[in-house]
Design a protein around this ligand. Sequence first.
Ligand code: FES
Ligand code: FES
Length: 487
Amino acid sequence: MYDWNRVEARSWTGRSIALVDETLRDGLQSPSAIDPPIEVKLRILHAMADLGVDIASVGLPAAGARTQRDANALATEIARQRLPLRASAAARTVASDVEAVVEISQRAGIPVDCYAFLGSSPIRLYVESWSSGWLVERVRAAGEAARKGNLAFCLVLEDTTRTRPEALHELFSVAVDAGAVRICLCDTVGHADVRGTRALVEFARSTLVEIGAPHVQLDWHGHNDRGLALGNALAAVRAGVDGVHGCAGGFGERTGNVPMEHLVAQLAELRIRAAVPKPVIAAYARTALTAIDSSHAAHTQRQNTEPLVPLSFRVNGDAVDLAVRPSRTLLEVLRYDLDLVGTKQGCDQGECGACTVLVDGEPVLSCLTLAASTAGHDVTTVESLSGAPKLDPLLDAFDHHGAGQCGFCTSGMLVAAKGLLAHTPRPSRREIQHAISGNLCRCTGYGPIVDAIEAASLAPMDPAPVLPLPGAGPMPAALPPHASRSK
Ligand code: FES
Ligand code: FES
């Protein structure tokens, strides 16, 4: 048999392609994934090492105290167990985020590669009102902070697949001057096809040669919005990147990332990396997917000695009767008992606002609210925005204004906005900013979010109220002590 697939592959002999596993960062940002407890993350980390992953992301330490604690524990595990992989951590291109990575590296006593990200496409500059000069300053500041902390600096250019060549040329030059050892090319919204991927990688490679930095390595990080993530990753490898990113099962932001299992199998098939035994690949997938599945049993096991108490309340207008443990949070009941996974589990300790829902029309943090305290009340989640008779104007407005990027904050933002507009149909921009002040957007997308909420407020009013009306059922005499969202 003659195999045309191998004609080009022969010329790849000797090339080394690094596997960069983003399961513990990007993968956990999938709308249908939970952020598992640290002992589960440690099992995933060991499975990565068994699989032959070269670089494992330990998270975005600046996202909150819990993320920082987990990132520290993961890096420490790599050091203590001498796992055969490098740690990396994500940071925005701001000094404080990079310093959070420095702290992880120093505490664990191992190098942690700093993947500092920045949006670079014209659409991002437009919606954020950023100038190209401001981007340059941010790259310099992040590189300087990494250099001071003795970190390997990798510049991650979000939405590279829609960024102009002259902008890339400038940012590459600044990054190299700032000490970058890697540049990560991102297909952030799954826009690219195979031709575009190849053209971009070839341009990036030749630009690095032109500016005298052929030693700087290139990564590829692609999403699956058009179902092309794996094909694009392989095209990037063919075109000359040094590392490719993937996540277990393809779970990742929005529609997902490149499935790491497929990447491992395909690179072995192409004889670029050694074959990994199928049971090892299966064990990796089983470990990770069990952990990030929304029905993961850990959330019920830790409470299973408590007696059950009855809970009757309304969720998005429907009467719900359950038996719950007294310590079970509203977030856990919504996500794991009622399968309403639109409410995100972010920090799990009241810092990020991703878990915001409405109780009797008021925003609360469901991660800090005991489910039992909502007995007799009306709970409204993000799922209510897509209900009959038509989509809520907020959804259209967020879409039109590009108000969601990775999606981590989006459902909390939408619900906070829904609560605001129910009480204040025509809010000022200041009132909008106040209403979302407890919601953290790690992609720094506040400008378009405020624009979107303002635009939704100007949309024709929906005659059918989405929020449950007071008096729709029996109410207790006093409101429960919900966790207030206001800061
Ligand atoms: S999950 Fe972050 S505030 Fe609740
Ligand atoms: S955190 Fe990514 S869109 Fe807000």
